[in-house]
Design a protein around this ligand. Structure first.
Ligand SMILES: [Zn+2]
Length: 210
C-alpha cells in the first residue's frame, strides 16, 4: 500500500498545482484539447514522455505500447487500439507532428530478438512485437556477428523506422505528410547516457539531439 499512498500524495501535489495555485490551464482545457504533437512511446516505466520533455497537460497526445510500435493499416474486424488513437490524433485533433520515441534496453525489442522462449507468458507479446519483424531480419543480416546487445540496439533503431514507415500506410497520414501539414520524427532515448537522438533521413543515422 505504500506505493499507492505515494501516488495519492503525488496527485495531491498535482491538484494543488493545477487546481488551486493555477487554475487557468485546466479552465482553458475543460472544453477540449488541442495538442499539436502525438507521441508514440513504449510502456516502459523508465521512459515517461511527459516527464522527459516536461510537457504540460494538453501539450501531448500520447500512445504507449510494448516497444513503441505502430502497426500497419489493416481493414479487418480486430480491435485496433493504436490505429484508433492515431486516427483521433491525426483526423480529429489534427496534430502537426508525430514523434515515435524508442529507447535503449527495450524489453519488447529484446523479446522480439530472442523469440518466444525468452518469456514466461506470451499469448500476445510476440505477435505484437512481430510488427517489427522486418527490422529484426534486417539486423540479423547486417549485424550477423555482433553481440546480442549490439543487435538489440540496432533493432531498437530499425523498429522506429518500421513504425515511421507503417504510419505512412494510413492514407490520412500519408496525405498530410505529402502536403507538409504533418511531420514525422524518430527519436531514441539512451537510458544509460541520458542522451536523446533524432533520426536524420539524409544521413540514415540517429544523430545527437540533446
Ligand atoms: Zn521499451
Amino acid at each position: 500500500m505504500e506505493e499507492i499512498q505515494r501516488f495519492i500524495h503525488g496527485f495531491r501535489n498535482f491538484q494543488e498545482a493545477y487546481f488551486t495555485e493555477d487554475h487557468e490551464l485546466y479552465k482553458s482545457l475543460k472544453d477540449g484539447q488541442r495538442p499539436k504533437v502525438l507521441l508514440i512511446g513504449c510502456s516502459d516505466s523508465r521512459v515517461d514522455p511527459s516527464m522527459m520533455v516536461r510537457s504540460e497537460p494538453g501539450d501531448l497526445f500520447i500512445i504507449r505500447n510494448v516497444a513503441n510500435l505502430v502497426p500497419p493499416c489493416e481493414h479487418d474486424h480486430s480491435y485496433h487500439g493504436v490505429s484508433a488513437a492515431l486516427e483521433y490524433a491525426v483526423c480529429h485533433l489534427e496534430v502537426e507532428h508525430i514523434i515515435v520515441l524508442g529507447h535503449s534496453r527495450c524489453g519488447g525489442i529484446r523479446s522480439l530478438m530472442e523469440g518466444v522462449s525468452a518469456l514466461k507468458s506470451n499469448e500476445y507479446i510476440s505477435k505484437w512485437v512481430n510488427i517489427a519483424d522486418r527490422a529484426k531480419q534486417q539486423v540479423l543480416k547486417t549485424f550477423k556477428d555482433a553481440s546480442p546487445e549490439r543487435q538489440s540496439k540496432a533493432c531498437e533503431h530499425a523498429s522506429i523506422l518500421v513504425s515511421l514507415e507503417n504510419l505512412l500506410t494510413f492514407s490520412w497520414v500519408r496525405e498530410r505528410v505529402d502536403s507538409s501539414i504533418l511531420h514525422l520524427h524518430g527519436w531514441y532515448f539512451d537510458i544509460e547516457s541520458g542522451n536523446l537522438y533524432s533520426y536524420h533521413p539524409q544521413s540514415g543515422e540517429f544523430e545527437l539531439l540533446v
